[in-house]
Design a protein around this ligand. Structure first.
Ligand code: PBG
Length: 324
């Protein structure tokens, strides 16, 4: 009790604050997403994500090298295929954009982890995350087989982890079985378990060309109002064999990150998504926020909530600030 207890004593200097800091944020906790595309060599800025580029395979190899040089252990790959169709067959094409990029990055940077986002929405002509039935609803069970083929193709290309982001029921079990059947029992699954139907994916859908032509994703992604359901999703994925559980988005869902962390004994990843990134970039560009301070505070908050791994478009910048 005051005056004996004075909380300010340990806040007096940077050294004291460092000595008692509860949460650590280092480049080792971060994952950098990359967008790989067919076509012209080099990079092109993505209008909706200032500072992030569409990359050719050679540009992705170069970018991966920069990521690794900053002490970031992993990249998360998204692909923009040359063509799309009803089923999303580009997703499991052994010569598909993500498979080619994975091989090229692993050959050049064997010590960098390559995580492949696993979903059909970038590859389907209708933009949904699975196969459509005649009535326009995504057919859960028919989609599982296509996701399983994609997982095998990505793992055979050298993916260190596969990360299903489709939100079909039973997909972790289906992926685990298919990987094991193909001699890929050592490939871990990082499951987007509690993935919400969020407005904060807006800039990504422009970047990946994956906005649904019709309807929305609320029939398979979660209702933002539900936290207990997020824990159930995490527990189910854990039971089906997930190795890492993900919560997405991050900043409006810090309570879900904490609940999932407390309820499962698995490593937890959180995805600081495109809209969260774009908000900070826009505010900083308008002179309303100190970008560096805001980013490091947000990423520390995600770690404090319980995330072991933070996937963020800020990863490269943050790693530089953290080691400067
Ligand atoms: C694919 C996928 C999405 C994101 C990651 N994987 C888009 C979506 O579900 O609509 C969003 C990532 C971001 O916003 O940064 N299903």
């Amino acid at each position: 009790m005051f005056p004996a207890t004075r909380m300010r004593r340990l806040r007096r200097t940077g050294l004291l604050r460092g000595l008692v800091r509860e949460t650590e944020l280092t480049p080792a906790h971060l994952v950098q997403p990359l967008f790989v595309r067919h076509g012209a060599e080099g990079r092109e800025p993505i209008a909706s994500l200032p500072g992030i580029d569409h990359l050719s395979i050679s540009a992705a190899v170069q970018e991966a090298g920069e990521v690794a040089a900053r002490g970031i252990p992993a990249v998360l790959l998204f692909g923009l295929p040359a063509a799309k169709d009803e089923l999303g067959s580009g997703a499991w094409d052994d010569e598909g954009i993500v498979q080619l990029a994975t091989r090229a990055i692993k050959a050049a940077h064997p010590d960098l982890l390559v995580i492949c986002d696993l979903c059909l929405c970038e590859y389907t002509s209708h933009g949904h995350c699975g196969v459509l039935r005649d009535d326009g609803v995504v057919d859960n069970d028919a989609t599982l087989e296509l996701l399983a083929r994609t997982a095998v193709s990505q793992a055979e290309a050298g993916a260190d982890l596969v990360a299903p982001s489709d939100m079909m029921d039973g997909r972790v079990g289906a992926l685990r079985a298919a990987l094991d059947d193909h001699g890929l029992a050592e490939t871990p699954i990082m499951a987007y378990s509690a993935k919400y139907a969020s407005a904060f994916y807006g800039p990504f859908r422009e970047a990946a060309g994956s906005a649904p032509r019709q309807g929305d994703r609320r029939g398979y992604q979660m209702d933002p109002a539900n936290a207990l359901e997020g824990v159930r999703e995490a527990e189910l994925d854990a039971a089906e064999g997930a190795d890492v559980i993900m919560v997405k988005p991050a900043l409006a869902y810090l309570d879900v990150i904490r609940r999932v962390k407390d309820a499962t004994n698995l490593p937890v990843a959180a995805y600081n998504v495109s809209g969260e990134y774009a908000m900070v970039k826009a505010a900083a560009a308008a002179g309303l926020l100190d970008e560096r301070a805001a980013v490091l505070e947000a990423l520390t908050g995600i770690r404090r909530a319980g995330a072991d791994i933070v996937i963020t478009y800020h990863a490269k910048d943050a790693a530089e600030w953290l080691t400067a």
